[in-house]
Design a protein around this ligand. Sequence first.
Ligand code: ADP
Ligand code: MG
Length: 480
Amino acid sequence: MKEKNDDVQAVWNACLEMIKDNIPERSFNTWFSPIKPMGLRGQVLTIQVPSQYYLEYIEGNYWQLLKAAIHKVLGTEGKLEYNVLITNTKGGTITVPPSSIGKVDVQNRHFPIMVDENTNPKEIPNPFILPGLKKLNIHSQLNKDLGFENFIEGECNRLARAAGFAIAEQPGKTAFNPLFIYSSVGLGKTHLANAIGLETKMKNPEMTVLYVDAETFLRQYVEAARGNNINDFIHFYQMLDMLIIDDIQFLSGKTKTQDILFHIFNSFHQKSKQIILTADKSPAEIVGFEQRLLSRFRWGLAADLQVPDKETRIKIIRSKLYNNGIEFITEEVVEYLATRIVTNVREIEGAIISILAQSSLNKKKITVELARQMIDKFVSNTTHDISIDYIQKVVCDYNKTNVSTLFSLSRKRDVVLIRQISMYFSKKYTKFSLAQIGLQCGNKDHATVLHACRTVENLIKTNPDFREKMEEIDVILKSS
Ligand code: ADP
Ligand code: MG
């Protein structure tokens, strides 16, 4: 065994001697000192290189020299195989066998480090440390469950969804580059970004798409900087055809990472390659970003996802139930869920899961009562926030009128006032923006809601009768 090891080392040392004589010492130290000889099988020498980038550099620049050295030491049948060190989750290495010096043309060299989209993602080597290769099949990191087929369309997402579809048809070639999707949490940004990626891959299988959340991007950058591998990092990202970065707000204040993103962005844009970004705020509202990046965020289309209206919520609930194999929930329960959970789709899912778990654990029928208990118990406090629907109902009940009058086109003084009171309480008790409140209060714009709030505040100040009524409504709302 020892002899064998000695053989390997001796063969490699002999190669190194020749190489050393032919290149500057600095290049030798940089590119050849870190290489480890790993094995010798007949006339095939295996060496280990630290990264794919390394390998490409060596083959690109020193191929002739390597070939000559191997032929001199091992004869004309001599071949070289590489092991590429890849820091994957298991800390393993990957072997690159086909480079037999003297036979394989470097330019047409085929790398077998292909990651099959169908393999278990856990077994996939970390793709961020595989730079340098032109046609590497990088795993997209897309979640197959988050496709367009189960992304329910509604007024709330129509523009972003349509833009996403158009992009998947012609990535990088539409005016929507970058596509900047923004919304508050749980409204479908990650789902939509994924769906666009999946659709793009389906329609353009040759394209390399990568989904990465900004936290991972940041971490990868920091690791690359620490290991002096920033070029590898940039190189890797520049190889992609489509880049999706989720939750870009995580890069707020991270100026160095933003610099790198700026370069990657420019290179993408120059080559008409598609970028998709998501964030919790619009490019105008997001903070902690360099101006030059912000202005680029605005080059394409910024589209927001809004809170789904009740009709869309019902469709989403039905689809989630269906996907969970549940077909027997009554319309009443669906309606109840859609009314109670208004702020966020993720909470709708949470509620459905806890209801299903309860009903199957305790063999209970899924009733409105069970739904109510589960929502009270499991769904986070935001659902205890009073919903706009609920406010409207309370205000209308108090005024002995039907909720539908709110949505009528009537401009009668008392109807207008009821509408204004609903808007006022919606502003007071929910986190919705003026625009969102307007949408849910008869499709009015934000200026109308603002005007409503001021009118009501003035009346409260100046009219004691009115103030008393408002206090009564307030008590009902607070006790819910
Ligand atoms: P965000 O990234 O905005 O926080 P997600 O994309 O994670 O939100 O969405 C939260 C959950 O809601 C996900 O499970 C997603 O599948 C679901 N969801 C959001 N919007 C829709 C929609 N329009 N149709 C179906 N499911 C949706
Ligand atoms: Mg998300």
